[in-house]
Design a binder for this molecule. Structure first.
Ligand code: SF4
Length: 458
């Protein structure tokens, strides 16, 4: 294996990332844009960027991902991409007829300095944007941030372009789900409606990237938040944003633009984070928590009790995105596991202090890195191994080299199927996560037990 050469000795590295624990901004922007109904994401840059972003999403979600590209060549790279984008807007509205084109930039168009709002304005003046159709945009150079910040910026663009206040508040709560699976978005909506609350979720990729097989290709699937629903978010009575990094900017923009008060919580992964989510919904909606939700919570508690003996004191290494890792770390600590290595590729010092705070009572040194990479994570493992790793598919190389079980979690998961259909959020999602963790731990024990101590029941 390639990674067997990873060294134990850790040297200070400032200008070199090896095996990054993140991917590029436009991927997140493209994913968010797919959560608008009848929207075609458009990559303002070279074809190679767009092909990579589409294939990353397709390989993760196992669904076709449609997107346009400005197809930069040498000319556009030198003189700017205005002519290409104008042509693309004209062609897309004529041939594919989406309601919205969601343009995101790439490293190249950002370096050139293309002004997307100015180009969109020109397209409008030239009559290339039909009435009732829209071009929105997000600036997503990939030399800053990560796929999570790209997602956040495109989600905020939905507020900037569409949200409007009709002058009075309607009995509706906005839910901004954060960078989670379509299955998670579906589960969040289910919990909200179980509480009897009317809501609008944006973006919403359920029924887009986990759509059913119908035998027919739809360029624009049924799912996604409609433009009318996005417009109405400005009149909702409150916003509940899940994930400070992925959803915070849109929630704050909505408050500033339309005076919709917001609360920003960690994603509802695990018992405590889901409790906070349900309780905040209860308060915002002025409703009582129904027995059906209490039953789900009770089941999660029961399964934690049944499994606790296997989890206690197990060391875990985590790689992923900041918002999810915060809730996941909290969940693992609450079941007496020890998350001792936590790495995200997305920069941000607040993440490190938050993880330190969550793990302050873990009876072991905890190492945290934001803007870190998998090479560093591997070096930590070389010095002291863990019992379990959780993170995206790229960890499988380390998992194999070090013989440490891996639970796939986060983005991207390229080599397994099912994550876009089964949630990890909410009480039910928590149960699924615990089942996966326990299976991974006990499968290894079974596999490696010598014959004389191979037990039917562990
Ligand atoms: S990092 Fe920049 S150049 Fe590379 S694929 Fe992403 S947007 Fe394109």
């Amino acid at each position: 294996m390639l990674l067997r050469h990873t060294t134990k000795e850790i040297k200070e590295r400032k200008a070199l990332t090896v095996n990054p624990a993140k991917t590029c901004q436009p991927i997140g922007a493209m994913y968010a844009a797919l959560g608008i109904h009848n929207c075609l994401p458009h990559s303002h840059g070279s074809q190679g960027c767009c092909a990579y972003h589409r294939s990353a999403l397709t390989r993760h979600y196992k669904e076709p991902v449609m997107a346009g590209t400005s197809s930069f060549t040498e000319g556009a790279s030198v003189f700017g991409g205005q002519a290409n984008l104008l042509q693309a807007i004209d062609t897309i509205f004529t041939v594919y007829e989406p309601d919205v084109i969601a343009v995101h930039t790439t490293c190249l168009s950002e370096t050139i300095g293309d002004d997307i709002p100015q180009i969109a304005k020109k397209a409008e003046t030239d009559g290339k944007i039909p009435k009732g159709k829209y071009v929105i945009h997000a600036n997503t150079p990939s030399y800053v941030g990560s796929h999570v910040t790209g997602f956040a910026t495109m989600t905020k663009a939905m507020v900037d372009y569409f949200a409007e206040s009709n002058g009075r508040k309607i009995e509706q709560i906005n839910i901004i789900p954060g960078y989670v699976e379509p299955s998670d978005m579906e589960e969040i909506k289910r919990i909200v409606s179980e509480l009897g609350i009317r809501s609008v979720m944006f973006p919403d990729t359920s029924n887009v990237l986990n759509r059913p097989q119908t035998g027919r290709f739809d360029m624009f699937p049924k799912g996604g938040t409609t433009v009318d629903a996005l417009r109405s978010t400005g009149s909702s009575k409150a916003t509940l944003a899940l994930g400070r990094l992925a959803s915070g900017p849109a929630a704050r923009a909505l408050d500033a633009k339309c005076k919709v008060a917001c609360e920003i919580l960690d994603p509802p992964i695990g018992l405590a984070a889901t409790d906070a989510f349900v309780d905040t919904l209860r308060r915002m909606g002025g409703v009582s928590v129904p027995e059906s939700i209490n039953t789900e919570r009770g089941r999660l508690l029961d399964i934690i009790t049944d499994m606790h003996q296997y989890f206690y004191g197990k060391k875990v290494g985590l790689v992923g995105d900041p918002d999810q890792l915060i809730s996941l770390t909290e969940f693992l600590v609450s079941i007496d596991m020890w998350p001792i290595y936590v790495v995200t590729g997305t920069p941000g010092k607040k993440f490190e202090s938050k993880i330190k705070e969550i793990t302050r009572d873990v009876p072991h040194e905890v190492k945290v890195a934001s803007g870190g990479d998998m090479f560093l994570f591997h070096q930590w493992l070389k010095n002291e191994p863990v019992d379990l790793m959780m993170g995206n598919t790229y960890l499988k190389y380390i998992s194999r080299d070090e013989n440490i079980p891996l639970v796939r979690f986060g983005f991207p998961i390229l080599d397994r199927v099912g994550h876009s259909y089964f949630p990890t959020v909410g009480y039910r999602g928590g149960m699924r996560l615990l089942e996966k963790i326990l299976d991974a731990l006990l499968d290894k024990t079974d596999r490696e037990s010598p014959e004389e101590s191979f037990e039917l029941v562990l």
